[in-house]
Design a protein around this ligand. Structure first.
Ligand code: 3PG
Length: 201
């Protein structure tokens, strides 16, 4: 969460393209990269990025259960992200030393995880669940909890979140848009990453 202000969230099914994409993001100053387990080749993409992209810290997103957690770790994931938090996932993550960023959308969920000793969480789906104003309202009663909001964040609204005291970084897919990936416009993606990596937090 501290490596850069933005964690790119990737939905990608082409292993070769995922390596080029990760290189473009790292070149733009975004080393922490989340590959969501939403495609059949996501695990292969994680393995390829982990093996071939210098400077990348690749993690798995959309981790929904311990079986996916194990596959992701075996492929080389350095961190795991989930849209929510089940007791099963939390228990499984205690048996590994790979950090888990679980998701919450309410004060009660965040308090429940804090009771488990987890005080850095994902706020998901950020925009739809109340946006930066909602997260700001949580900072006063829950000052010990820090967030990585994700969901509907883009170049226009990222700063609204990053300026909050309880936000460490944001996640989003806007730095790796589908059309640029399909065109193989890696220089364009590096430009987007550069702009994102320079956002103040
Ligand atoms: C996620 O998986 O965290 C979100 O789907 C990313 O959201 P975005 O595509 O709206 O940036």
């Amino acid at each position: 969460m501290n490596l850069a202000p933005v964690i790119p969230v990737l939905v990608i099914d082409d292993v070769e393209a995922s390596v080029l994409l990760a290189r473009a993001l790292v070149a733009g100053g975004l080393p922490a990269i989340e590959v969501t387990l939403r495609t059949t080749s996501a695990i292969d993409c994680i393995a390829a990025i982990s093996a071939d992209v210098e400077g990348a810290v690749v993690g798995a997103g959309t981790v929904l259960n311990p079986a996916q957690m194990e596959l992701a770790i075996n492929a080389g994931s350095k961190f795991l992200v989930s849209p929510g938090a089940t007791q099963e996932l939390i228990d499984a993550s205690r048996r590994t030393n790979v950090p888990l960023l679980p998701g919450v959308a309410t004060a009660s969920e965040a308090m429940g995880l804090a009771e488990e000793g987890i005080t850095a969480v994902k706020f998901f789906p950020a925009n739809q669940a109340g946006g930066a104003g909602y997260l700001k309202a949580l900072s006063s009663p829950l000052p010990h909890i820090t967030f990585c909001p994700t969901g509907g964040i883009n170049a226009q609204n990222a700063s609204d979140y990053l300026s909050l005291p309880n936000v460490v970084c944001v996640g989003g897919s806007w730095v790796a848009p589908k059309d640029l990936i399909e065109k193989g416009d890696w220089a364009g993606i590096t430009q987007l990453a550069k702009a994102a990596s320079q956002l103040e937090r």
